[in-house]
Write a protein that binds this ligand. Structure first.
Ligand code: AMP
Length: 427
């Protein structure tokens, strides 16, 4: 469904007048496609799975029905589980905006910060609790959080939570909640692990599938460059000069690369910061705030923290390191082009990474546009094939050399390269 097809406005969604008034106040006039499809199902009180990318308005999709079901009792009624601190803070902020001056209490519970403030928020009688699984378990164990009367449990970015390894915590929490709860699950992908959670903990869920690959990536211009590892920094500098991004998010694969790249860039240009999982939470919060307010122009990050970033001003995403998982690619570039805005994404690919690029292109059903800049070429048509041929020839030479050796080890000489990536998606 396109936005134009659901131009009925929020009024058609059967929400309380004070919620509608708040939506108008914060400038939400029309539901996004996921909201138009997900909210009516969730309002029926049944279990719903929403398959949608971030940046499509999925937070309000689950918050609005949850708010609608809320009673006046000052005890935890709605629990939202999210993968990272950044993400739960974002959900919390979105909830605050939607709630406006309605009398609804909220608590945000996440690790990496002291307990006291969070305990006080729970003691004030939080009706909606948003948190990361680990810290939530801590709060339950210590007796600060009682989840036995929850009416709604929401698993946001379920695929990401499972990737991080939160499965045991999620299951521990779900087992303690009432059986008659409503469970809403949001996920960009329906990997097998997600399916297994839905099979065990959801009752006849309705699936709202807006995962259509075009959703988050269609409005984003996607380019690629072929570049040798040691020339990436030079290419990046040229690209930044040419593109003059309003705000730019640069992804590296490893924490150490984030640190190194941010330092190298910082010596050359102003307004560069790093963001990776080893940084203390207060530093991460400060960096996020500065980025959101536009004081930081260039943020270098790893996937873990990059995933939670929702900043409207991001005009460019650069994959300094090509992601190894095609889903991660969609998540990364989805940081730009938020809520229908345009964005540009660039991916640097070294010769040996051709297969990763092919996997991404298959996944999004689209070819990245080869770009070029003085001294650097894109993945020119045929470039990939050439690289693959060169690799195949190299491998053939290596295996011939192995065959000529007098004593071959068992299985030696054959290609160790995995034959393509194993897709984690169903179907
Ligand atoms: P999300 O996918 O929930 O992270 O939302 C992406 C961005 O869109 C957030 O900044 C939201 O505040 C904003 N947003 C969500 N729904 C709407 C809407 N119906 N109209 C305008 N903005 C929205």
């Amino acid at each position: 469904m396109s936005l134009a097809e659901c131009d009925l406005g929020f009024e058609s969604l059967d929400l309380r007048p004070e919620i509608l008034a708040n939506l108008r106040k914060i400038g939400y006039h029309e539901p996004s496609p996921i909201q138009a499809a997900f909210i009516p199902e969730a309002l029926r009180g049944i279990d719903v799975i929403g398959q949608a990318q971030t940046g499509t308005g999925k937070t309000a999709s689950f918050l609005l029905p949850a708010l609608e079901r809320l009673s006046e009792g000052r005890y935890p009624q709605v629990l939202v589980l999210g993968p990272t601190r950044e993400l739960v803070l974002q959900v919390h902020d979105e909830a605050k905006r939607i709630i406006g001056d309605m009398d609804v209490s909220l608590a945000c519970i996440y690790g990496g910060e002291g307990f006291d403030k969070q305990i006080r928020a729970l003691q004030r009688g939080a009706q909606i609790v948003v948190g990361t699984p680990g810290r939530l378990i801590d709060m339950i164990r210590r007796g600060h959080l009682d989840i036995r009367r929850l009416t709604t449990v929401i698993l946001d970015e379920a695929d990401r939570m499972l990737d991080i390894g939160f499965r045991p915590d999620i299951e521990r929490i779900l087992r303690q909640t009432p059986k008659e709860r409503q469970t809403l699950l949001l996920s960009a992908t329906m990997a097998d692990e997600v399916m297994s959670i839905t099979n065990r903990y959801m009752v006849d869920p309705v699936i709202v599938d807006l995962s259509s690959k075009e959703i988050s990536v269609d409005r984003i211009e996607q380019h690629c460059f072929r570049v040798d590892e040691e020339r990436k920094l030079k290419l990046l500098m040229r690209l930044l000069v040419r593109e003059k991004p309003r705000q730019c998010l640069i992804f590296c694969q490893m924490k150490s690369s984030v640190r190194d790249l941010a330092e190298a860039l910082g010596k050359r240009i102003r307004g560069v910061m790093a963001m990776q999982g080893d940084m203390p939470q207060n530093k991460r919060t400060k960096v996020m705030k500065a980025f959101r307010e536009g004081q930081i122009r260039i943020l270098v990050a790893t996937d873990v923290v990059g995933r939670g970033i929702d900043v409207e001003g991001i005009s460019h995403v650069i994959n300094y390191d090509v992601p190894e998982d095609p889903d991660a690619y969609v998540h990364r570039i989805g940081r730009t082009g938020r809520m229908g805005k345009d964005g540009r994404a660039f991916t640097f690919v070294t010769a040996v990474q051709s297969q990763l690029l092919t996997d991404i292109e298959k996944h999004i059903n689209k070819m990245l546009i080869p770009d070029s800049i003085e001294g650097f070429i894109g993945c020119l048509p045929g470039g990939k094939e050439r690289a693959e041929k060169a690799l195949a020839a190299k491998r053939a030479r290596a295996s011939m050399a192995m065959a000529r050796r007098p004593r071959r080890s068992p299985g030696g000489g054959g290609s160790r390269r995995p034959k393509g990536r194993v897709s984690r998606r169903r179907g």
